[in-house]
Ligand binder design. Structure first.
Ligand code: BGC
Length: 739
């Protein structure tokens, strides 16, 4: 009350003497002024020391603002599947807060498998709200490194093998996050396709593969999603670390793509002051003093872009032009995020977010095989269901590296099934195999005690016994987030399932014909038992609502509609990177000899039948495709052509189909993939319903990157449009001409 009374005269006086309250606001704080004016104004008020303080970290996940000017600190968080628990100031271990348990969303592989851009937007908005509520400036995600080998330990954090799919899926995620006044930080730019030797390996890739395969998703995130932040990768390219790489960060990102956001170094990915100064790095994080592992008092002053930078400037060896450029980028980030007065407030750990996660999970689960219509589980007939496998009872939100979370809750698969089935059938559980019983990561403890001292044979024999008398057997196994499974910092050692699961699955198949194998992983796995098992479901790391999402698909409340965002090869050598002999390369070099022939592009070229192809996924209903038609037979480079196809639901329940368009260049100067994905649409159809799907194609869908000319080229001639339910299941096609 008192305050209000005092304020009135002050305002009156300023009115009388003609002071315009608006005019007194410094330009940089006046949001009616153009962004660039505000940036320049703030920059002009800063001292050298204040500027240098902004370009490197002050704690594990934060960097300084300018307190004197009211510019707040910058706070980063992992990403990309939920908001990481707070960590101690200079440690990876969690700080032990009691109010930072988040909603864990499905892994990005699952999101990609939904092939639904609405799911991507929902994901972005939801995780963005969580990040905003926790007052973060930047969310360290999404990740869009291309799936080159099924052994890459971090594939689960990315969006699959196809640049078109990843590009379409990344944009809404970025936009959704940024609606909340939180920057999305797309990572890891670029060519971070393996974990082995990630700090030392130099990637040799030809320009064509770089532009056609490895860059498009980043470019889309930057140009279409307007991502405000991007993270440099750990590895090297052309002999320079990607966090300060002239080719990637200056020539491509800034000059070719016109990027105006910040470049954030991956944690410990900065190695050299001069390169960091001149090659486009804006914010250095996580360096400590020798990379990721060793700390030292005042480590932050020793960062490459801290005192060593200041020294070079003070001695006159380097100027301040680059520093100003970095600070401009950071200020721009600040105005877009935590200095935006209209920034919404966000929300955290809500039911709404959990349900969003569940919806995404349900749309991403892929039905790989369903012989004899074993699925969905018929609860009218089933009296006893045997659930077998460690992944039915193992928490997956804890572990796997920087994406590890402290989730508010996680519904385990076994519990999800019990919740859903209740008393309708008896559920018996047996573990079947002993995998990884660890129960903590970065001091986040799961609270689970998975220790079991029985010999492996006993554990397996028990499961087989249980399976014999059940009406259905649901085996829930796969990989987990422990080292050398699906985990940051190391790659898998082989394509096979660990812990003798293959033997167990074959044994289960022998004793029960209603076997359903649920593979939980972020990677393709070998399935030597594929012909012995009637039903196979690809479930991913699904987050908080794992068990509920999985149960809803298994019992048929939800009709599965996900499709694979990457190829499952029969054996490792069927994958291009392995067939050409360069994964993971040596400590210092890896060469992508396969060039553009990644994933299905390789299988098509070599005619190698995959176990399950890119784009594959079944439904509990069936679809019939009509004949594709085109609005014209010929197009020009400035023109577009529209293809239409009808799709009918020929089964007796509602379902969604992902209709895929591939383009094939029938004759070209350079070798080209047999076909490439250039369109997709997910449509929902009631029984008997017919919908028409249309795809517009312009010359960008026909182009390849000509490395010699350094430009995209669409060669006149004959092309083919192929429409199908997967990359191997083409239903209809037509030819057309580019004039
Ligand atoms: C990872 C990044 C992550 C960062 C911060 C690094 O080790 O590569 O993806 O965002 O740590 O946790």
């Amino acid at each position: 009350m008192l305050r209000k009374m005092k304020l009135v005269p002050v305002l009156l006086v300023s009115g009388i003497i003609g002071l315009n309250a608006q005019k007194d606001i410094p330009v940089y704080l006046d949001d009616s002024k153009p962004l660039e004016e505000r940036v320049e104004d703030a920059l002009s008020r800063m001292t050298l020391e204040e500027k240098v303080a902004m370009v490197h970290a002050q704690s594990k996940f934060s960097s300084k603002g300018v307190p004197r000017l009211g510019i707040p600190e910058f706070w980063m968080t992992d990403g990309p599947h939920g908001i990481r628990p707070e960590v101690a100031w200079d440690e990876w271990r969690q700080a032990g807060w009691t109010n930072d348990s988040c909603i864990a969303f499905p892994a990005l592989t699952c999101l990609a498998a939904s092939w639904n851009t609405n799911m991507s937007l929902l994901y972005g908005i939801s995780i963005g709200e969580e990040a905003r509520y926790r007052n973060k400036t930047v969310l360290l995600g999404p990740g869009v490194n291309i799936y080159r080998s099924p052994l890459n330990g971090r594939n689960f954090e990315y969006m699959g093998e196809d640049p078109f799919l990843a590009s379409k899926m990344v944009v809404p995620y970025v936009k959704g996050v940024q609606q909340n006044g939180v920057a999305a930080c797309v990572k890891h730019f670029a060519l971070n396709n393996q974990e082995t030797n990630r700090h030392t390996v130099n990637v040799n890739v030809d320009d064509r593969a770089l532009y056609e395969i490895y860059l498009p998703a980043f470019k889309a995130a930057v140009q279409e999603g307007n991502a405000w932040a991007i993270m440099g990768a750990y590895n090297l390219y052309k002999g320079q670390h990607c966090c300060h790489n002239q080719y990637l960060l200056k020539d491509i990102l800034r000059d070719e793509w016109g990027y105006d956001g910040v470049v954030v170094a991956d944690w410990g990915g900065t190695h050299n002051t001069r390169e960091a100064i001149f090659n486009g790095l804006d914010m250095e994080f996580g360096t400590w003093t020798d990379g990721l592992t060793m700390g030292q008092t005042n480590a932050y002053d020793n960062y490459f872009l801290a005192d060593p930078y200041l020294k070079l400037i003070r001695s006159g060896e380097v100027g301040t032009k680059e520093l100003d450029e970095k600070v401009r980028n950071i200020l721009r980030l600040g105005f877009r995020t935590h200095m935006d007065k209209n920034r919404p407030y966000g929300s955290f750990g809500t039911e709404e977010h959990a349900l969003a996660g569940r919806k995404i999970a349900q749309e991403g689960i892929v039905l790989l095989q369903n012989k004899n219509n074993v699925l969905p589980i018929d609860l009218n007939k089933a009296k006893k269901i045997a659930v077998i496998g460690e992944n039915a009872i193992k928490m997956m939100t804890v572990g796997g590296g920087s994406s590890s979370l402290k989730a508010k809750y996680e519904v385990l698969p076994l519990d999800g099934l019990k919740n859903r089935i209740g008393t309708q059938a008896e559920i018996v559980y047996a573990r079947g195999y002993l995998g990884d019983a660890s129960n903590s990561y970065n001091n986040v403890v799961t609270g689970q005690d998975l220790s079991d001292n029985r010999p492996a044979e006993v554990i397996m024999a028990e499961a087989i016994e249980v399976a014999k008398t059940a009406d259905y057997v649901v085996f829930i196994g796969g990989l987990n987030k422990s080292a050398f499974q699906d985990s940051e910092g190391n790659d898998r050692l082989g394509l096979g399932l660990p812990y003798n699961q293959d033997k167990l699955i074959s044994a289960l198949a022998k004793v029960n014909k209603n076997l359903i194998v649920v593979n939980i992983s972020g990677n393709a796995v070998a399935m030597p038992w594929v012909n012995e098992v009637p039903a196979i479901v690809q479930a991913w790391f699904l987050g908080t609502e794992t068990g509920n999402a999985l149960a809803s698909v298994l019992v048929g409340d939800v009709n599965p509609s996900g499709k694979l965002p990457f190829t499952f090869p029969v054996k490792l050598n069927d994958n291009a990177a392995h067939a050409m002999g360069e994964f993971p390369g040596s400590e210092k070099q890896v060469t992508y000899n396969e060039g553009i022939f990644v994933g299905y592009r390789w299988h098509d070229k070599q005619n190698i039948k995959p176990l399950f192809c890119f784009g594959h996924g079944l439904s509990y209903t069936t679809f019939e495709y009509g004949k594709v038609s085109a609005d014209k037979k010929e197009m020009t480079a400035n023109d577009k052509i529209t293809f239409s196809v009808t799709v009918k639901n020929t089964g007796n329940r509602e379902g969604a189909e992902i209709v895929q368009l591939y383009i094939s260049d029938l004759k070209s100067t350079l070798p080209r993939p047999v076909k490439e994905l250039k369109g997709f649409d997910k449509i929902t159809l009631k029984p008997g319903e017919v919908k028409t799907v249309t795809f517009d194609i312009d010359k960008s869908a026909l182009s390849y990157f000509d490395a010699y000319k350094h430009e995209w080229v669409a060669e006149p001639g004959d092309f083919e449009a192929l429409i199908g339910a997967s990359s191997s299941d083409i239903k209809t096609k037509t030819t057309f001409k580019l004039k």
